[in-house]
Design a binder for this molecule. Structure first.
Ligand code: FES
Ligand code: FES
Length: 159
């Protein structure tokens, strides 16, 4: 491929500025996993249906498998790798562990990013089970451990 098919992008990844020269056809998921070694976000369906690849872009939840990496230019990306701070799991992560909301773990990074987005938006608010379900409607768990995930999100939103 000629240089025409490549472009430089500058973005922040888990708080650190990065400059990459990327194939303009690459998805954000490919860049995260293959260029940056951030393998927390998973490729499940690859077509925006399962949420296993969920990350936050400027704090908005996106399916990184259908989000072009060039769209991330100038933006702030958060992935599961940045959620624990100084070795301490985030409140959402701690709730998942406590409520046993992880089975094989394949969907877990994506679910946690969806839960993080939801809990940050609703901090201090009282939320319904229905609202939690809707906020995670784009995330599928093949192990079907949805009840414990619901409980984990409820707990992590408590003050
Ligand atoms: S891998 Fe992206 S939504 Fe399924
Ligand atoms: S824990 Fe196995 S896919 Fe969700």
């Amino acid at each position: 491929m000629t240089d025409q098919g490549f472009r430089e992008i500058i973005f922040s990844i888990n708080g650190k500025q990065r400059t990459l020269y990327i194939d303009i056809r690459s998805s954000l998921l490919e860049v995260l996993r293959n260029e940056l070694g951030l393998t927390g976000a998973k490729e499940g369906c690859g077509v925006g249906e399962c949420g296993a690849c969920s990350v936050l872009v400027d704090d908005v939840l996106v399916d990184s498998c259908i989000y072009l990496a060039i769209w991330a230019d100038g933006k702030a990306i958060r992935t599961i790798e940045g959620e624990a701070k100084k070795g301490k799991l985030s409140k959402v992560q701690q709730s998942y562990v406590k409520e046993g909301a992880v089975q094989c773990g394949f969907c877990t990074p994506g679910f946690i990013m969806a839960s993080t987005s939801f809990t940050e938006k609703n901090k201090g608010e009282s939320v319904t089970e229905d609202e939690i379900r809707k906020a995670h409607a784009g995330n599928l768990c093949r192990c079907t451990g949805y009840q414990n995930i619901l409980k984990a999100v409820e707990k992590s939103i408590e003050p």
